[in-house]
Structures are given as structure tokens and as C-alpha cells.
Design a protein around this ligand. Sequence first.
Ligand code: PFF
Length: 447
Amino acid sequence: VHEETDTTTGTKERFSRSGFILAAIGSSVGLGNMWKFPYITGLYGGAAFFLLFTICLLFIGLPVLMAEMTIGRGGRGSPAIALVRLSGQRLWGGFGVLSIAGAFFIMSFYAVVAGWTMHYAVLSFGGVIHEGVDVAATFNNFIGGFLPVLWQFIVMVVTGWIVIRGASGIEKFNKVLIPALVLILLFLMVRVLMLPGAGTGVEFFLKPDFSKLSNESVLVALGHAFFSLSLGMGTMMTYGAYVDREQSLGGATLAVGGGDLLYALLAGLIIFPTTFAYGIEPGQGPGLAFVALPAAFSAMPVGWLFGGLFFLLLAIAALTSCVSLLEVPIAYAIDRWGWGRNKATIVTCSLCFLVGIPSAISVGGAAQGLHWGSRSFFDWTDFIASNIILPLGGLVVTIFVGYVWKNAAKEAGLTAGWFMLWLFILRYVAPILIVLVFLHTSGIIKI
Ligand code: PFF
């Protein structure tokens, strides 16, 4: 095992301190918080599920997040390279490549949904979604056609245009967009909480009824805590490699975890009051954001503005996550093959766009042949990346810091007490729970 990690080797990209925290918050806050979190909360137990999610995020998510950042900074490079550098064993590089592939595949379909949010922002601001429009048909026609491919292309171009500037470009972009995100979020929340009947939604979201929980709720909550914090995909390791030695990783972990949780809370305080105020069922699954909410917004006075702002919010949140996802394979191409950033960005974006096309056209049924078993190409990519690669990537991180890398304590900079707690969770608690989530979500066991 290598004794010292020095700052002279490895990537030259650097974030400023606040830039790193904002970029990492930008990565974690995304479609997961505003699209997935509300509908799984609706399906798996409302307030009690939110509480479970909070517990999973704080006690398992944060230690793993800290581990990823620590590996990134210690190894000073793309996950595949950092893991080899720190362990001196080539085998770990293979695990790194697995997470990098995960980030690439998540990006391929995440960009599709990010494109939907942009399309919906345009539709709402343009006044196309108004009272009396059949929102379900509008959505089905849209995703069943080829327009999503154009939007996915636009997302790729915008993301590539930011990432091509490296860490400083990523940082500048997040510094502008995260404050914008917070402002829009607060504005919408205040408006929505004033709706008559909003209180029932707040109660559904914040007053726990534990009888609504199932064993499955626990695993879904943990899986989502990982997805929401962008773990298991090498993003936080890649960003961690751009952090300087003086930055407190413990502080960064708390800021990112706290930001993500707060964002989920505020998103819930927008979505549930809206659905309840308009008598919409919150447990209706993935269509919640694109069908139920547009219906509710269009029934509101000046609904086009609120609907438009809501989708703009989703689009911004999605873009800052896309940036982090794309940076993972790009950093790998630069570190591993010595490519220039321009070449790495253009090649990665083009490939990711191509791989995303079948996702874009399969989810709404435009391309009927792209279905295998019960899943479309889109669902398969999501399933393999989010339910298989993500937990495996998380497991690798816990084992690496818990058992393999002997200098983690020094790099992490934690006090002895915190370090023991961190190590305990990484060694004994997190791996067991991750394996359970994996066995469950991959369908191997039914809990
Ligand atoms: N954390 C993002 C969200 O909640 O939408 C999604 C994500 C980004 C997952 C980056 C994984 C990742 F590496």
C-alpha cells in the first residue's frame, strides 16, 4: 500500500472550496429529488417513508459520500486510476471502470428525462398547457414521438459545452444556477402553500403513519438515498479529485448531504400540497411530475407561470447533475488515454447521445421493437445502471475504505472518534445493507 499521496501527481483540475461544494450539491440535487423522490414517497408510505429516507441518507449515505470524496482526493484522478494508485493493485481499476460505465449509462437516459423537462418548460411558458388540455394524452404523444431525441441532443450539447471548460467551467455554471434554483424553489413553495387544501398535502408528507411502511420501503429508501447523493457512479470521486488539501471533507459531506435533504424537503412541500389541493392521487408513479402536476398548475390562476417555473427548476436541477455524470467518463479518457479535454468531451457526448437514442424512443413506445421482457430499452438501462451497477459501485467504495486502503484516516482528516464511527459503518453496516438492496432490487430475493 502506498504510504503518501502527494499533490504533484494526478489531475491538475481544481475547484475552489465553495465551487466544489456547489458542484457536488448540483450533482446530488436533480431529477431524483423532484421527479423520483415525490412519486416513491407517494407509493411507499408518505411521511414515514420520508423519515426512513432521512435516516438512510444520514447514517449510510453520508459515510459513503465521505468515502468517495476521500478516495478521489487521495487518488487525484478518475476513479479507475485513483483506486489503483491508492491500493497498488490493478484489480481495483476494473471496479472503477464499472462505476464509470454506470455514470455513462445513467447519463444516456437521464439526459432524455432532462430533455422532457425542457420541453415542458417551453410548453408551460408558451401557454400550451392550459385548463381543459388532456395532459395525459399530451405527455403520451410527446414521449411516443421523436421529439424527445431532439431535446436529448440539446441536453448533450449544453452539458458538453459546460464540461469542455473543465472544473472551472463546471464551478461557474453551478455558482450561477444553484442560487437560481433556490430562489425559484422558495417562490413556488410559498405560492403552493397558500392554496386552499394545501395542509392535507403537508400532513401526508410530514406526519408519519408507520403502518404504511413495508420491508420494501426500507430498501427503496436506501437505494434512493444512494441515487440522490450521486453515489456508486464515481461522480463524487471524480469531483473529489479536484479538491485541494485544505478543504474539510467532513464539512463538505455535511453541506452536500444537508443540501440534498433540504431540497427533497422543499420539493415535497411543493408537490404534495399541489396534488392534494387539486384532489390528485400522489401514489400514481412516474407520471406524477409530468401528468398530475401540469394538470394542477393549469387549473391555477397564472398557472402557465408556475408550471413553467416548476419545469425550469427541474431542468436546472437535471443539468447540474448531467454535468457531473458526463465528467466521469471524460475524466477517465483524459487520465487513462491522455486525451485532450476537447476530444474527450466531443467523443463522450457523441457516444452518449447515440446510446441514449434507443432510450428516448423506446420509453413512449415510438420504437416497438426495443422492448425485452417487461422492460423497454430505457427501463433496462435504468435498471442495470441504478439497480445493479450503483449498489455494486457503493459496495466497492465501502470495502475499499473499510478494509483495503490503510491511509484513509489521514486523507479524511476526521478526529479519532468520528473516524471510528465512520469505519464501523463502512465495515459492518453499509455493506450488509447494500447487499440486501442489491438482492432485492435485482429481483434475486423478495422481501
Ligand atoms: N443525484 C442525481 C439525482 O438525484 O437526480 C442523480 C445522479 C447524478 C445519480 C449523478 C448518480 C450520479 F452519479
